[in-house]
Structures are given as C-alpha cells and as structure tokens.
Design a protein around this ligand. Structure first.
Ligand code: SF4
Length: 265
C-alpha cells in the first residue's frame, strides 16, 4: 500500500498534544485562500524549479513535491521518536491536505500505529464523504477538525465549497464519542470579527457531544515563500500575520461559552 506524501515533520508541537510527528498527505478537496500548504492541494506529485548555489553561482534544478511512500517506510520514521511521544504525551498526526482522500493508506497507517502503541490524531478539513470516517474510528485517538466559518456563502466564497457537509460530519464524529478538537484559522477579511466567532461558538455549543478543546489559529504569512517557490498566485499577498493578542477577544467569546480554548493550539 502506497500513499502520496509531501512532507513528514518530526518534533511538531502544534498538531495535537505533546511532541508529535506530522505526516502531510497530498490532495485536498478545498482550496482555501489562505492555505499555507498550497502544494498540498493537488493530489499528485509535481515538479518545480529550485534555485541552488554552487561555487557562488545560482543554478536552477528540478525538484519534486510529494512522492509515494509505503506504510513501512512511514512507520520507520514515526517509530524513531517513540520515546519522545511517551515522555510528552504525544504521538503521530496525519494531516495534509486532507488525509481522508487516501483512505486505504490512512487506515493501514493508523492500524499499524495502534499496534505499535502510538497515539494517533487525524487532522481533517471535514469536507469528505461521511462513510470515509467509519473505518478509521477504531484506530484514531483524536480528531483535529477544522471549522472555518459559520456562514455557508462565505465558506463557499473562500474555500470553494459550502460548509453543510462539514457541519454534518462534525456532528457525526461527536456522536461517535471520539475526542474532537476544533481548529479555527482566524483569517483577516474572512472571520476576523467577534460576530463571526460568536456565531461559530453558538453553533459548536448547539452540537450533541463534547468538544475537547477549541484552538484559535492566527493567520500567518509564512506560506508566502511557498507561493513564490511554486510560482502559484497568492490570494493573500501582502496581508500581514495576526498576533496572538489580536485573538484575545475571541478567546473570551469561547471561554464565556464554556469551552476550553487556546490560541495557537
Ligand atoms: S483545508 Fe487546509 S490544506 Fe486544504 S486548502 Fe484549506 S487550508 Fe489548505
């Protein structure tokens, strides 16, 4: 079984509890204007021209983004840091892109992690057929579930799709009893108002089931270099990063709603 992966990052501290290794799957059904992993959206590997310096001269060379990995190859990397996961209460996060777009590879990876005693998190956009969740439920310790905007029209405008499927899937996961953390990217000119946050908080509160935590993620412009590197148009060009302090009023909105909430995850 092979999966298309574009990055594996060890010692990640913002993709779930403790110290983790994050595996980034290629392919995403959404195309968010602010995506800081724009190379993740295309499900297939692609080539780009990279500038390298040799003997003080710049040259261009072709490099691939993404390649096929076997489950064994991924596991060999994941297992290296088992001691750090155990010490920190961490584990492995499958992210992307949308990991559920490669359901068989994800399932086999999760099953293998469980056999190795590793905590597993699946970081999902939620925009996926509901049936895709069922096979992975027994092997997933935690879901990191993105909720971006409560207004279906604004969601459609900035991600390419409305949010009805996402809302239904979130309710479904909560009813399954699996731990779920909500991840809200706070994006200028999209959801960066107290009213937007209050609407999202009200919706989350109305759901049947317990949300473990809400993580507010301030927009950052670190993806800017990637858009340049991959010669992609950047819809957020020139928009500065938000600071943690910018999100303090939103922290209070969720705290008043009775949620455990963090800024930055
Ligand atoms: S869901 Fe995540 S990976 Fe997919 S386009 Fe949006 S920000 Fe990028």
């Amino acid at each position: 079984m092979k999966g298309i992966i574009f990055d594996i990052r060890r010692f990640a501290t913002h993709d779930g509890p403790g110290i983790r290794t994050t595996v980034f799957f290629k392919g995403c059904p959404l195309s968010c204007r602010w995506c800081h992993n724009p190379e993740s959206i295309d499900p297939l590997p692609f080539k780009f021209q990279k500038k390298v310096m040799v003997d003080e001269e710049w040259f261009e060379q072709e490099e691939w983004v993404g390649r096929a990995y076997g489950v064994d190859e991924v596991m060999n990397i994941l297992i290296r840091d088992k001691v750090f996961y155990e010490e920190s209460g961490g584990g492995v996060t499958f992210s992307g892109g949308e990991p559920l777009l490669q359901p068989e590879f994800l399932l086999e990876s999760l099953e293998t992690c469980q056999r190795e005693g590793l905590h597993t998190a699946v970081d999902t956009s939620g925009h996926i057929h509901r049936k895709a969740f069922d096979p992975i439920l027994p092997f997933t310790s935690l879901f990191l579930f993105d909720y971006k905007h409560h207004d279906p029209a604004k969601h459609l405008q900035s991600t390419g799709f409305s949010n009805e499927i996402i809302r239904d899937n979130l309710q479904y996961l909560l009813k399954s009893g699996k731990p779920v953390r909500i991840r809200i990217p706070v994006i200028p000119a999209f959801n960066h108002t107290e009213n937007d946050m209050a609407e999202m908080m009200g919706f989350l509160k109305s759901l049947d089931g317990t949300i473990e935590q809400v993580d507010l993620l301030p927009y950052h412009s670190l993806g800017t270099n990637k858009y340049k590197r991959f010669a992609m148009p950047n819809p957020m060009d020139g928009v500065p990063s938000l600071k943690k302090n910018d999100l303090l009023p939103y922290l209070q909105v969720f705290q008043k709603g009775g949620f455990k909430v963090t800024i930055g995850g």
